[in-house]
Structures are given as C-alpha cells and as structure tokens.
Design a protein around this ligand. Sequence first.
Ligand SMILES: Nc1ncnc2c1ncn2[C@@H]1O[C@H](COP(=O)(O)OP(=O)(O)OP(=O)(O)O)[C@@H](O)[C@H]1O
Length: 245
Amino acid sequence: MSDKVITVNDVSVRFNLKKQGKISLKNYFKNLKNRELMFQEFWALQNITFDVNKGDRLAILGLNGAGKSTLLKVIAGVMKPSKGSVETKGRVVPLLELSSGFDKRYTGRENIFLRGATLGFSTKYMEERFDEIVDFAEIRKFLNVPVSNYSSGMRARLGFSISTMVNPDILILDEVLSVGDAKFRKKSFKKMMGMIENKDTTVLFVSHSIKQVEKLCNKAILLENGNLKMSGDVKEVVKVYKEKY
Ligand SMILES: Nc1ncnc2c1ncn2[C@@H]1O[C@H](COP(=O)(O)OP(=O)(O)OP(=O)(O)O)[C@@H](O)[C@H]1O
C-alpha cells in the first residue's frame, strides 16, 4: 500500500506585479476612484495537484521561471498558496535560503537554540547536538558574536549545519550546493548525500543538472509556466524534458 507523505491539492500561487513606476498622489487617488488596478496579477503556479510517497526522491523539472522554487516554498510552508492546500506528514526540513531566518541581533550560540525551537526541538535536544552543529559549521570562535557580524558564507554554513543535524522525514533541496567555500561545499555535499541515501527520507529536489537528477531521483514532475505538464517515472519525464527543451 502506498504511503503518501505529501499531498499537493489544486495549488495556485498569485503574485501582484506593480503595473507602473512612481505616480503622483493625485493620480494614485484618481486611479483608486476609477477602480483602476495598479497591480497586474501573475500566476506563478496554477492548479497543481500531485502526491509523493514515503521514500520517493522527486525531481522538479522546468525552465527558469517555471515555478519550481515557488512550489518548494509552498510545500516547505514558508509561503501560503493563494488557492488550494498542501498536506505533509512528519518533519519537513527545507534547505532553502540557508543564510536567512536568523535574528541577527543575537549571537551564533543564541541563534542555534532559537532555530532549534522553531524546528520544534527542546533545549535539551539542542544542547546534545550543539557541539556537532558548531564544529560542522566551523564557527566555534565566533559563537558569542552577534550573527550580524558573520559573513554571508558563515551564516549559510550555520544554517546548513543546524538544518541537517536533525533527521528529516521530508528533505527539500533547491539547487543547494553552493553553500560556503569549496571546502565546505565538499563537506556539505557528502552530508547531504548521506541524508538522501537514508531510504526512509522523502526528498524533493530542484536542479538544472539532469545528470544529478537521473542519479538521485526515481520520480519527477515537469512544470511549464506554472502548470504541471507531466509527472511519473524520472526516466520518462526526463525524456520529455530533453525532447521539449
Ligand atoms: N515574490 C515574487 N513576486 C513576484 N513574482 C515572483 C516572486 N517570486 C517569484 N516570482 C515569479 O514567479 C515565477 C516563478 O518563479 P520561481 O522562482 O518559482 O521559478 P523557478 O522555476 O524556480 O526558476 P529558476 O529555475 O530560475 O530558479 C517567475 O516568473 C518569477 O519571476
């Protein structure tokens, strides 16, 4: 029996794009009075429906702007869909925008516990994992320094280290592996492969490298201008993707 861990149900995402540049206050009120829209609606995703079973490695394929990152953000719960719904089972760990989400006024040490609490972990659990996180991120010397003084690479390393120190049920990867310098990239790639190889973990993966996709994924979906064009076995979807583009 299949064990669904992600259900994406008729999801659409709308952005409001500004129609015009600066306008005078007089014209603003004139437009408002005439009910003229100052925004143009743009649908980045339209009526997307699919499920993912436990242990699947799903690639999300599509050209630039197809809606891949938007879909990952909706599944990760960092963005709400304008329509439709997403259900996930278990702990979702998104490796997206790793250097964001810190409170920069606080130190590295404080942010580890803050991020842990956001992910639903107790202080005791985070204390047990603390050294592992700090050593992997290589920030021990800077633990008591406010994160505002970290370089963006250091913030990304700390974000990666905290997020991967926990065992995810669903791992969400968006072109991740540009974290930190070459040495850290190698280390983080190895760490990620270990997580991907755990067959209980379900993985969603966006990459423009078809080689990587074929190596890591068993299933795929293809997005085109925010629409779901195809879903199924990775080989079949990659074949259509290659023919089309
Ligand atoms: N905050 C936003 N406001 C307005 N438009 C947005 C916003 N975020 C994304 N978009 C638009 O939504 C569309 C889908 O973007 P998305 O980043 O999901 O594409 P993508 O498939 O991940 O692209 P890429 O391969 O280039 O990373 C794009 O046209 C993008 O310009």
